[in-house]
Each structure stands twice: as C-alpha cells, then as structure tokens.
Design a binder for this molecule. Structure first.
Ligand code: UDP
Ligand code: MG
Length: 319
C-alpha cells in the first residue's frame, strides 16, 4: 500500500522566566495545531529560569500525550544558545522557532507549514513585521543598524525579520553546522542561504512578564552583530591613519612655507594639545575595536560549548 509520509514538525520554544506563560502557551499551540498539524513535537528549552518555569513544564510533560521534550540548561545561556540547542535536539522535517510569551501567534506556524508544503522551491518562511509598535527612537536606531550592517556585511539583513520562522531539515542542519560561540541569528539565517519567504505578521503584547530588551542591550546586540558578520571596523584604523598622515604632511609643508617665505612665527600650544588629544582618542578607539575582535577570537579558540545541558526530559516512548 502506498503511504504518504506525514511530515513532522519540531516546534522549539526558548523559555527564560516564563512560568505564567507555559500553560496558556501549551494550550494555545495544541488547540491551534489540532486539525492542521498532526505530527509534531514540542521542544521546550529551559534557559536557566529562576521562577517556576521548569516545574510548570514538568507538570505538563507528565500529563500530556503530545510528543514533548524539555532541555534543561545548567544556567542561563541566552536565547541564541537555547534556539541552537533546540534545533540540535529536533528531528522534524520542518523546524519552527517561537517565543513562549505568546507575542507570536502559533496560527502563523500553521500558515508557514502550509506554505512550505505548497511551495517546494522555498526552504524557509520567516515572519517579518511591517509595522512596529515600538518607540520612535528604537525604530530610528534599528533602521540605522540595518542600513549600516547591509553596507558592511556580505549577506542581506532584512529589517523587521524575526527569528519566528519555519524551515526545512537541510536549513536546520546548516544552522547546526555553524559552531560559532557568539551566535547572531539575524546574520546566521541569511548567511546559510536557501530560499526564504518573508511572511508579514503582527506581534501581540506579551501575555505576562517583561521583555528583557533595553535600549542599551539593543546597542550591545547590534555591535555584536557587526563584529560577528563583518571585519570592516578593523579596516577603519588604516583609513583614519592614512588620512591623518596625509593631512599632517600637507600641514607640515604649509608651516615650512609660512616660516621660510613669510617669517610667520608659529604659535602652537593649543593646536598641539588638541591634536594630541584627538589622535590619542582615535588610537585608543581603534585599539578597542581590535580588542573586540581579539576577545571574540580568544573565546572561540577555547572551544567552549555553546550551552550545557543538565538533563533532557521527554515523554516519548522509545520506538
Ligand atoms: N529567552 C531565553 N533566554 C534569555 C532571554 C529570553 O530563552 O536569556 C526567551 C524568552 O523566554 C522568550 C524569547 O526568548 O521566549 C524572547 O524573549 P523576550 O520576550 O524577552 O524578547 P522580545 O520578545 O522582547 O524580543
Ligand atoms: Mg517577547
């Protein structure tokens, strides 16, 4: 008898202090999937939560017959590490990433899976936000960041694209093959390539708790991205150095001509102080940039694991 293979979906949910969101999230996902997606597993990654997230996950695990796994980290390693661990543990033909706070409606996962089912040419569907419900200042800085990084990096970063997405197995394997310690998924997704369809969507407000993103954190994150995906800042010092040498040369000629031809005495104290301060500042800044790259290289050469698992709990019977 000819059997149509039912594609399996792995849904990965990074969780950090999401205790009160776990049960509503589970409820919402299972009710949304019913009738649409029959073969799926839920992979919750407890990223060192300090509240009852793990306890609530265990409660659901013991009472459901939905395929479910809990990857329990030994401490907080960050969302990037949690997503990586989830993808590594997944076995589905499709893999989806979603947040635990219900800001992202699981209905979109159904839409993404349907899209991939119908469009074999595409390997990935990424949700992207047309309109942002954020402060004008955050939107401004985000736009600046995308302009800058798209100028510097070799791959295209799409403004508004999130890591709320669904992709096929080969994309998942490609992501796993990228073993870098400083993970920046906004760059990893375009870097691995594959055909990506951007599906417009709108986020909801967080169900409960607060987002962990402050403006300063966003700045740091943006800088991480630039360091991870371009080496252009390293070249800035050569450019500035070259430019200032030429300027100094021209100024030297001017000074000599002034002295010899017009006998103009050269008052210099203020100029010298300003120049010393200015160029010392530039030197320290460029040293700092080199330091950023060097420190990343240093950490990477230690080959530390991206995350450490304390335990993996699952309810699936071994087949
Ligand atoms: N998260 C995580 N580890 C962290 C921070 C966040 O696993 O160190 C998870 C969090 O539980 C949520 C998702 O990542 O499921 C997105 O986090 P958050 O809602 O704070 O970010 P935002 O929605 O504001 O981008
Ligand atoms: Mg959120």
């Amino acid at each position: 008898m000819y059997m149509v293979k039912i594609m399996k979906l792995s849904l990965i949910i990074p969780c950090y202090n999401e205790a009160s969101n776990i049960a509503p999230f589970f409820q919402k996902v299972t009710s949304t999937f019913s009738g649409h997606i029959s073969n799926f597993e839920l992979i919750f990654v407890n990223d060192g939560s300090k509240d009852d997230t793990l306890k609530n996950l265990k409660e659901i695990l013991s009472s459901t017959n939905v395929d479910m796994k809990i990857i329990n980290f030994s401490r907080n390693f960050g969302k990037e590490a949690a997503m990586f661990a989830g993808i590594k543990e997944s076995s589905g033909d499709y893999v989806s990433l979603i947040d635990a706070d219900l800001q992202q409606d699981p209905e979109y996962i159904v839409k993404m899976v349907e899209f991939l089912d119908e469009n074999k040419d595409y390997d990935c569907v990424a949700a992207y936000q047309d309109e942002r419900h954020e402060s004008a200042i955050k939107i401004f800085f985000k736009n600046c960041f995308y302009k800058l990084i798209n100028r510097l990096a070799e791959v295209d970063f799409k403004n508004g694209a999130s890591d709320f997405r669904t992709f096929r197995r080969p994309v998942a394997d490609a992501i796993i093959s990228m073993g870098e310690y400083h993970r920046f998924s906004k760059g990893i997704f375009p870097w691995v390539g594959f055909e990506t369809y951007y599906m417009p969507y709108d986020t909801n407000a967080r169900l409960s708790g607060t987002s962990s993103w402050s403006l300063i954190k966003l700045f740091k994150y943006a800088f991480e991205g630039i360091v991870a995906f371009t080496t252009t800042p390293l070249k800035i010092s050569s450019w500035i150095g070259g430019l200032s040498s030429i300027t100094a040369l021209i100024y030297m000629i001017v000074v000599i001509v002034q002295k010899l031809a017009f006998s103009i005495a050269i008052p210099g104290y203020a100029t010298i102080v300003v120049l010393i301060l200015f160029f010392n500042g530039l030197q320290l800044m460029t040293l700092g940039i080199i330091g950023e790259y060097l420190s990343k290289t240093y950490i990477q050469t230690k080959k530390r694991p991206i995350y450490i698992t304390k335990e993996i709990l699952e309810n699936k019977k071994p087949r």
